[in-house]
Design a protein around this ligand. Structure first.
Ligand code: GLA
Length: 392
């Protein structure tokens, strides 16, 4: 029975030849029950709900053989659940989330969502390309934030599942129309989530456009590695491989300068607890109401490399983030205020989750000295971030 089920899953995703191999392999494991329990990665699709427009939303559960499980819903490409083993081998929830589609559709601070077309802020919602000014909705006074009110986080993506070796793959697609949310060009976007057997979750972002536009995609999961969502994340030890910060003015728009983190609360080059300096008297902390800043990652010429980590001692969980992006927004959940419901009762209090959003620097379309976020027709936007979990 198991064998049949797994081969059926294989049909949509494997070529005939490789499907035979898969079935043979499964037949073999059927003779050896102990191998069946250590089954290959699995992908389970289920109906999650329907939007008011009548669009069906699905949920995909990806599991590996090492106790990791990720749920992704096609609404916003949201990671609605991420379960990871602690040092005792117990797999538990490590991301903030809700228990229903209805709740995800209510205003919320981007829990687990894919962010686009432009992650982070664009000053006053305006930018110019080839002499033409574009205006975006001001959804974070006085700026545009995270791609607009609907962005990519409140739309339904199409999904294709696959298995590749011992990885479970979910490829999401969304076509953002010319002038949707005020951005020029039809943008075809693919985001591929890959759960690997080494307890890493890769997020591959790809996009092409038919008109010059700006693109800055990211993932907005809120982590609490303790799995105790009533506890703030202040004891998590954070490392960020960055010598410099993108300082911001009071509205969280970059000043345009980059500053050295040495002798500031923003120096995370050696692991430091989130809470160590968060209440220090510091203009940047005041502007961010805590940490809500983009760090200038080191080794930008190296492609994919270590960017940041978070460690929580009671669970022993370690999260390492690898990326090819120039920046990372470390956000300490400063706007969480006890109004959003947890999955099983209670509410998410101040700083009970943190985000590590790999990206280009905020407001890059208006900052001539920052790396460009312009995408031209004929170019391929392609960037990858990996979230790797382990224990120590
Ligand atoms: C990002 C921003 C924050 C905040 C959160 C969502 O991380 O930088 O200022 O808007 O998203 O609340």
């Amino acid at each position: 029975m198991n064998v049949v089920k797994r081969c059926i899953y294989g049909i949509s995703i494997l070529s005939l030849a490789s499907m035979n191999v898969q079935c043979k392999r499964d037949n073999k494991t059927a003779d050896a029950p102990q191998e069946v329990t250590a089954a290959a990665v699995t992908i389970e699709k289920s109906a999650y709900g329907t939007t008011p427009k009548g669009e069906q939303v699905d949920s995909y559960k990806l599991t590996n053989q090492k106790g990791m499980e990720v749920n992704i819903i096609t609404y916003g490409g949201i990671i609605s659940s991420l379960k990871v083993p602690n040092k005792a081998g117990k797999s538990e929830e490590v991301v903030l989330g809700f228990s229903s589609l209805e709740q995800y559709m209510k205003p919320n601070p981007y829990f687990g969502a894919l962010i686009g077309r432009y992650g982070n802020r664009i000053a006053k919602g305006k930018f110019t390309l080839d002499g033409k000014e574009y205006s975006l909705a001001i959804n974070n006074e006085p700026n545009a934030l995270h791609g607009g009110p609907e962005g990519f986080h409140r739309v339904v993506w199409t999904a294709e599942e696959a298995k590749a070796g011992d990885s479970a793959v979910l490829k999401l697609k969304y076509v953002s129309k010319d002038m949707e949310e005020g951005y020029p060009g039809n943008l075809t976007v693919f985001v591929t989530y890959t759960l690997n057997n080494d307890n890493s979750l890769d997020v591959l972002y790809e996009a092409t456009t038919d008109k010059k536009t700006v693109v800055n995609l990211t993932q907005h999961s809120y982590f609490n590695l303790s799995s105790d969502f009533s506890k703030p994340i202040l004891d998590h030890e954070i490392t960020i491989d960055a010598d410099q910060l993108v300082p911001v003015a009071a509205t969280l728009i970059p000043t345009g300068k980059l500053t050295d983190v040495t002798n500031t609360p923003f120096d995370f080059r050696k692991a430091k607890k989130v809470g160590a300096d968060i209440e220090a008297k510091d203009e940047q902390l005041k502007n961010g109401l805590g940490y809500d800043h983009c760090w200038v990652l080191n080794n930008q010429d190296k492609g994919a490399r270590f960017a940041a980590s978070a460690y929580e001692a009671t669970s022993g969980r370690l999260l390492e983030v690898y990326t090819d992006q120039p920046g990372i927004q470390f956000y300490s959940g400063n706007f969480l205020d006890g109004t959003l419901p947890m999955r099983a009762g209670g509410t998410y209090a101040h700083r009970t989750g943190f985000c590590l959003e790999t990206q280009h620097y905020p407001d890059s379309p208006n900052q001539k000295d920052f790396p460009t976020t312009v995408l031209n027709p004929g170019e391929n936007y392609k960037t990858k971030t990996s979230f790797k979990f382990s224990v120590k």
